[in-house]
Design a protein around this ligand. Structure first.
Ligand code: OGA
Ligand code: NI
Length: 363
């Protein structure tokens, strides 16, 4: 039966409740953007004036050689300025990266009924959630994006509960990136005067989630966003993007670099992974590391996929700026809180730039 989008409720029911997603609307053959997806002018993305971030990717293989200190400096400097950088020779096999992108296309190419079984209300697994937009119930305008989210507890549960179409690749991705994640974190922590021994690993990166994002083609990309302005809530995000482009980062106003306050595009680089600082690293570092605001544009020509791994502390973890950093800075900029409370606040509100961090701020 052809869907009817004659009012907002029928559209919402089709896309969100019945699990057709944005892909379902596009496949139905629409030629204009439904009103629910039209962003307020201030959120619309003007492609023509974007600067491309030309900073070369960091070669992580050099962390083990004579250039160790120089590479650590590159990582620290990137975290302190833009909060975003790209890495190559990261230890994740390049064939796996190719396979992951294909797997994401295959998954979202499944009939809607096969994906809809993982909607949060009905998912057979608490680890798996398929959805669309970020928090559709709360958003003024919906995001032009569908996703599947797979939380990691252990290998057995992942292999039993994650969707059969994605589990192999997603688990490999998680495992082969682990060493890189610990090395990056080790460098960032040591620079703050904190040694990352095994007892602290769970406190910093005890929880991981692999997502697959699907951004269908859009008839009028200038009216919509793939993801609205936000920062990521956890420790670090590892992101595989395909060759389509459209990921933008806002250069922090207080960054010691060019283009302050402007949006720059993180260009696709074959074989590279994008790394970004999450809110928790900003808190632990008392604001020294930047959890940068970012967003994604849509395109009319080809659907885009991206595959992030969100690395976070465990839900029960207490979070606060490190004492040695506060001592140096002379002031604590963030309060102490439990990570699960931060998560509830994060997922309880629509994306709104860096507002998520207000929860932790001491004014
Ligand atoms: C995210 C995100 C960027 C992208 O999922 O949090 O920012 O390129 N994704 O898809
Ligand atoms: Ni993000």
């Amino acid at each position: 039966m052809a869907p009817s989008f004659d009012n907002e409720t029928s559209l919402f029911n089709f896309v969100v409740r019945d699990g057709y997603g944005v892909k379902g609307i596009v496949d139905s053959g629409i030629s204009t953007v439904p009103r629910a997806y039209i962003q307020p002018p201030a959120e619309q993305i003007n492609k023509s004036n974007a600067t491309i971030c030309e900073i070369p990717p960091i070669d992580l293989s050099k962390l083990d050689g004579p250039d160790h200190d120089r590479v650590v400096n590159q990582i620290v400097r990137a975290a302190e300025t833009l909060g975003f950088f790209q890495v190559v020779n990261h230890g994740v096999p390049l064939e796996l990266l190719e396979s992951l992108k294909q797997t994401a296309h295959n998954f979202f190419g499944l009939p809607a009924e096969r994906k809809a079984v993982y909607r949060k209300e009905v998912s057979p697994s608490p680890l798996v959630k398929y959805g669309t937009s970020f928090v559709p119930e709360k958003e003024r305008a919906l995001e032009w994006k569908d996703y599947i989210s797979m939380a990691y507890t252990n290998d057995d549960e992942a292999l039993q509960q994650w969707p059969a179409e994605c589990r192999g690749d997603a688990l490999q991705y998680l495992k082969t990136s682990h060493q890189m994640v610990t090395k990056l974190l080790e460098a960032l922590m040591r620079n703050l005067g904190v040694e990352l021994d095994d007892s602290k690993i769970d406190a910093f990166i005890g929880k991981k989630m692999v997502n697959m994002n699907f951004y269908p083609t859009c008839p009028s990309p200038e009216l919509t966003v793939g993801v609205g302005r936000h920062s990521d809530m956890g420790t670090l995000t590892i992101l595989l993007q395909d060759g389509i482009g459209g990921l933008y980062v806002k250069v922090p106003e207080d960054a010691d670099m060019e283009n302050k306050g402007e949006w720059v595009e993180i260009p696709p680089i074959p074989g590279a992974l994008v790394i970004n600082v999450g809110d928790m690293l900003q808190v632990w570092s008392n604001g020294r590391y930047k959890s940068a605001e970012h967003r994604v544009r849509t395109t009319s020509t080809k659907s885009r996929v991206s595959i992030p791994i969100f690395v976070s502390p465990q839900a029960t973890q207490r979070i606060a700026p490190f004492p040695q950093v506060i001592e140096k800075d002379g002031v604590a900029r963030y309060k102490e809180f439990v990570f699960s409370d931060y998560m509830n606040s994060f997922f309880g509100n629509a994306h709104d730039g860096k507002k998520s961090l207000e929860f932790a701020k001491i004014n």
